[in-house]
Write a protein that binds this ligand. Sequence first.
Ligand SMILES: Cc1cc2nc3c(=O)[nH]c(=O)nc-3n(C[C@H](O)[C@H](O)[C@H](O)COP(=O)(O)O)c2cc1C
Length: 242
Amino acid sequence: MTKSQVSTLVEDPASVDAAIESRFSARAFLPRPVSRETIAEILRVARRASSGTNTQPWKVYVLQGKSRDSLVEKVCAAHDAIYANPALAAEYKEEYDYYPEKWASPYIDRRRENGWGLYGLLGITRGEKDKMHAQHHRNFCFFDAPVGFMFTLDRAMGRGSLVDYGMFMQNIMVAARARGLHTCPQAAWNGYAKKIILPHIGAGPDEMLVCGMALGYADETHQVNSFHTPRVPVEEFTRWLD
Ligand SMILES: Cc1cc2nc3c(=O)[nH]c(=O)nc-3n(C[C@H](O)[C@H](O)[C@H](O)COP(=O)(O)O)c2cc1C
């Protein structure tokens, strides 16, 4: 951007809103490739995210082609092995608590509504463990997206860097929308970080995995992509103080 940021006029605010509001977690992608230039452009825009004292803590690994396919193969195999022998799960610990240890209302209710809403749409009912496993497994194929991101953070950084990271990732997802692309942020990978993902991407010992993300052209005909998540009204989470 060469123009002054102060005087830049967002001439089409509706497009900005549309990019934000049309973002959703796509869970079925077309094999259509995404050019390296497009990915680079998205990252170039996304890096304008704010971060505490401009620390810019993000480190991004872009997986396509062979690097993507071989990671998918390794993690899918591990995921299947755990399904066959749940005792193996102990070997795959997440490095940070994405979710609370003890769930409470209203979060647990929203989580359940989300899970059963998605499974219900796919015709999966309670107790259908194989089908649930198969759907969860789709994460580890990046939902067939041709591009996978892995985001890492220096372990030395504080929790605030995760706040910064969220802004950066949201920028990626919105910038992707501006280019006709869709995304799915994925914490599902996190348990496989230490044993499989970090060595696979060549991350240093000081890095930890924040999460992954699928990027590509969403399959409009796939039912899973018709899943629309609700939001609580603004009045419910906002207090106006005079
Ligand atoms: C950091 C992060 C990690 C997520 N991890 C996963 C994941 O592993 N698999 C998945 O299918 N969705 C994942 N999601 C998507 C959420 O389930 C989704 O954002 C939420 O249900 C709201 O739906 P929407 O994104 O379609 O608006 C993740 C979202 C975030 C922000």
